[in-house]
Write a protein of this length. Structure first.
Length: 112
């Protein structure tokens, strides 16, 4: 493995995105528990939402999904490229990833 390994860099970015997401989603889960309690106490959604701390749970979840999707896509492209450059056929990469050969072809084009 070299220090200039784009696949390794993409994997590191994915790991960092996952770590950040775990922290943020843990906080979001605690806020969800407070939402349950507020609703059980009879508060209306409008009142809860107007006084809720930001970002809202839905904003946190959206940001987490976007972050993971972006980092995951970057790693998928880099890994497809690395596997293909190491001699694995597009069909072989497709089989590993559980996608079609056409999707692997697109991933390789996107990686360029």
């Amino acid at each position: 493995m070299t220090h200039d390994d784009p696949t390794l860099h993409a994997l590191q970015a994915l790991d960092e995105a996952m770590e950040q997401t775990i922290v943020e989603l843990g906080d979001a889960r605690r806020r969800i528990q407070r939402l349950f309690a507020e609703r059980a106490a009879g508060r209306e959604w409008r009142d809860i939402s107007e006084t809720a701390e930001r970002p809202l749970v839905v904003e946190t979840v959206t940001a987490a999904l976007d972050r993971l999707s972006s980092a995951g896509s970057r790693f998928r492209r880099a890994q497809a490229r690395a596997l293909h450059q190491s001699g694995l056929s597009m069909d072989g990469v497709a089989s590993l990833f559980g996608v079609t050969r056409q999707r692997v072809s697109a991933l390789l084009r996107e990686a360029d």
